[in-house]
Ligand binder design. Structure first.
Ligand code: ATP
Ligand code: MG
Ligand code: MG
Ligand code: MG
Length: 562
């Protein structure tokens, strides 16, 4: 690529609105330009990197047996009504109406779309397991879009969905994706860890986040200094153990409030949900006192309150009988009986999640006869929300350390939540209809690009790992007005491209200082400078990462750079 009319506008100064290094460098090196808050264009150089990452993801997905497809961004509201997420997803879901006044959403994720496709077209157990994926723009109206493409409102995601006959199958499909993710992030040269994530709000099954260790990360990871233990500190203390159950335990249903702000709203929401037996609710409340009223119209077996940011500010105002079951440290509340009320007042709570499991007479969607200890098991890892650095690791090995992490990927065992809601069943080998068992798996492709820059830069600019570099070589004639320099550079440009190197050719009539500064900013792995010794056929090679420089005769160049 000739740089002269290439759209790669560089900035000398640090843009004032860019707080983190990757955002600053993506703007300065001309990889992206902002359109509006959380919405970015990728300029040619940025797109090249995005595509490199995309291709690594694609290769590893294909290798793991996943099939690529492409789904629409526009999704009808009916689909989201069917899954229950039209209400539940909240203000992050970007909604609009068409000219006929019909409601739609711009897809933040595609469980609904994929599940209906598979529902309609996959009927027999013979077709399963099946994993499908796409690489596609996602839309989320984030409350705080920030750090450039690290948290955008429009961003590129790879999302995959697995469909299995049973939970054992899901375990295998999940492991395949987990391994593929490990390969993807290794190839992107990232220092990452797969950490146990909070599965509470989604139904209490295995889930891992892939975290790039970085101090600009918005999540905190607790990990052991002498074992593999690593978890997001928002992890819940209890996880469902399906194996231990005598009768098959069903999925926990999740209901999230759409960003309710006032006490009135919350109470209203709860009283609506009551009739359907409450399972889980999420309130995002901006530093206002919250009143959470949990009331079962069937027997409430368990109410779990998570995520109060200051346990001491939580007061339970229900009757004495219930109170004795309350453990304010873990937020676990034992059986509260029929029609009991639990009021929790949390001052300045930011996020409160309530999990209620109901003994049911509305079969299907509820847990039946839940027995904590049998159906629920206190996880190997305990509640991490109050854990401190230096505490003994919950797995008994070493002590806990903290690190910030950027979530670049997330794998999740969904179970039958969506297949049941949307009726995706298959006929088993006995001809009996059963819901498919699903998993979902996301990678933030555009976020990964920024995470790579967070990890690979120095004071002069980006230092691309070879695997994702937009070009391999930056070829720079110091002075294009000198015939010998220009001619040798042109010849090398042809020759290197023939050898399948991706070359950025700085054919601009700029001062050497400008060219070298831009070269450092762009951060291509090798810089080849054609200068004064061009007439002798000698060029200078600089390794961006180490700063090493060599003089090489053009004839030995290829041997050297391989
Ligand atoms: P976060 O906790 O950062 O909000 P998430 O848990 O909501 O992310 P998922 O629903 O797990 O995100 O989506 C899968 C992946 O998509 C994430 O692991 C992340 O890499 C990426 N992603 C999510 N939200 C954004 C965003 N706003 N901008 C860029 N990438 C994102
Ligand atoms: Mg999010
Ligand atoms: Mg997350
Ligand atoms: Mg996630």
């Amino acid at each position: 690529m000739r740089q002269n009319n290439y759209l790669a506008p560089t900035l000398r100064d640090i843009p004032s609105d860019a707080e983190v290094k990757s955002h600053q460098l993506m703007l300065r090196a001309g990889l992206i330009r902002q359109s509006t808050s959380g919405v970015y264009s990728f300029l040619p150089l940025g797109l090249k990197v995005l595509q490199k990452v995309e291709n690594i993801v694609r290769e590893e997905m294909n290798r793991a047996g996943a099939q690529e497809m492409f789904m629409p961004s526009i999704q009808p509201s009916e689909l989201w009504q069917e899954s229950g997420r039209w209400e539940a997803y909240g203000p992050e879901l970007m909604r609009f109406k068409d000219r006929h006044d019909r409601e739609f959403a711009l897809g933040p994720t595609h469980e609904e779309v994929i599940t209906t496709i598979v529902r309609d077209d996959v009927r027999s157990y013979k077709k399963l397991p099946m994993t499908l994926y796409q690489i596609q723009t996602k839309f989320r109206d984030e409350r705080r879009p920030r750090f450039g493409v690290l948290r955008g409102r429009e961003f590129l995601m790879k999302d995959a969905y697995s469909f299995d006959k049973d939970f054992n199958g899901l375990d295998e499909s999940y492991q395949k994706m987990f391994d593929a993710y490990t390969k993807v992030f290794t190839r992107c040269d990232l220092n990452f860890r797969a950490v146990v994530a909070d599965s509470g709000a989604m139904g209490g099954k295995d889930t891992h986040e892939f975290m790039v260790l970085s101090n600009v990360g918005e999540d905190t990871i607790a990990y052991s200094d002498s074992s593999d233990f690593a978890a997001n500190i928002e992890i819940a203390p209890v996880k469902v153990d399906y194996e231990k159950s005598s009768d098959p335990v069903k999925e926990l249903e999740t209901v999230e409030t759409p960003g309710k702000k006032s006490i009135e709203d919350i109470t209203t929401f709860l009283s609506i949900e009551q009739s359907n037996c409450i399972k889980s609710m999420l309130f995002i409340v901006d530093e206002e006192p919250v009143l959470v009223l949990v009331r079962g119209d069937h027997e409430v077996n368990e109410v779990k309150i998570k995520h109060f940011f200051d346990a001491s500010s939580v007061e339970l105002t229900n009757d004495v009988e219930t109170k004795k079951w309350v453990n304010t440290e873990t937020g676990f509340i034992g059986p509260v009986g029929i029609d009991k009320e639990v009021k929790v007042i949390a001052d300045h709570a930011i996020e409160v999640i309530v999990n209620a499991v109901c003994g049911a007479n509305e079969v299907d969607k509820h847990f039946k006869n839940v027995n904590p200890g049998r159906d629920f098991q206190v996880a190997d890892y305990t509640d991490l929300r109050n854990i401190q650095e230096g505490d003994p690791s919950p797995d008994g090995h070493g002590t806990i350390q903290f690190k910030e992490g950027i979530e670049v990927g997330h794998v999740f065992k969904l179970g039958t939540k969506y297949s049941e809601a949307l009726g995706a069943s298959f006929l088993n080998d006995q001809g009996k209809a059963q819901p498919m068992v699903m998993g979902s798996y996301g990678i933030g492709v555009s976020r990964t690009v920024a995470a790579i820059i967070e990890e690979h830069h120095d004071e002069d600019g980006i230092v691309w790992p070879l695997s994702v570099a937009p070009f391999h070589v930056h070829l720079i004639p110091v002075n294009v007005k000198q015939d010998d320099q220009r001619e040798l550079a042109e010849a090398l440009y042809e020759k290197l491209q023939k050898k399948r190197y991706d070359v950025l050719f700085d054919d601009r009539a700029e001062r050497p200082g400008v060219k070298f500064k831009d070269a450092d900013l762009f951060g291509l792995p090798l810089r080849i400078t054609v200068g004064k010794k061009a007439s002798e056929g000698i060029v200078e090679v600089k390794v961006r990462k180490t700063g090493e420089m060599f003089e090489v005769h053009e004839n030995d160049l290829q041997e050297m750079i391989e």
